[in-house]
Design a protein around this ligand. Sequence first.
Ligand code: URA
Length: 261
Amino acid sequence: APTALDSLLAWYQEMGVTELVSEQPVDHFAPPPAPPRLGPQLSDPRPFSPTAAQPLPLPLDDAAASARELAASCQNLVELEAALAAFDGCPLKETAISLCFADGNPAAEVMLIGEAPGAHEDRQGKPFVGPSGKLLDRMLACIGLDRSGVYITNVIYWRPPGNRSPTAAEIAACQPFLERQIELLRPRLIVFVGSIAARALLGLTEGVTKLRGRDYRYQLADGSSLPALVMFHPAYLLRQPAQKRLAWRDLLAIRRKLDAG
Ligand code: URA
């Protein structure tokens, strides 16, 4: 029979608690701390300096504009990752443990773009290393690919708390970096893993069931374009294994595109 502790843990899980974030308990019912003192205080020996204040979070449009400018200035992937690490326009950075930039081979012909890191990815700082990643690896192996033959990233570079879907603002803040990542890589084929990636980069609105099975072109800023496909997200296949039949067709479509030279 389940013990009281088992029941408590099960209840936590049902309520969406997926991990402990601190060794120290937090009293959420304690009165909030006094607001920070603004301006010069009589007892404060330092002169008041507005520029020394903590920066406020950037509004959405400013965050996207600053992301675009920062991303455009990067000449290679190392610079792009460093720019992202220094970028404060995506609030998810505050709650995430790590920046998940990419995994795989930057010289690969195929670039896979997923949605957002989960708990495993957040801990390891790499995309697709949890259960979805393990299934993705097995799927890729069926068409002769492994991580040395693909480059993997996500639309969102930091884990959304509790694995919730990313907001439009979070996608807008990250997207200029992803667009620059594609420009710098120029893969032979882009594979959108799940609908969020395809919707953000191709400007589409349908769900993945409608989007998969078709050929797309991803437009680059210089007017050229790259072939693109959409496949089911492995997290979806873990919940809906009957869809693996169609997922097999997606994999064959990737193989055919690569073999077509
Ligand atoms: N799901 C994603 O879309 N990306 C990851 O990196 C992990 C899970």
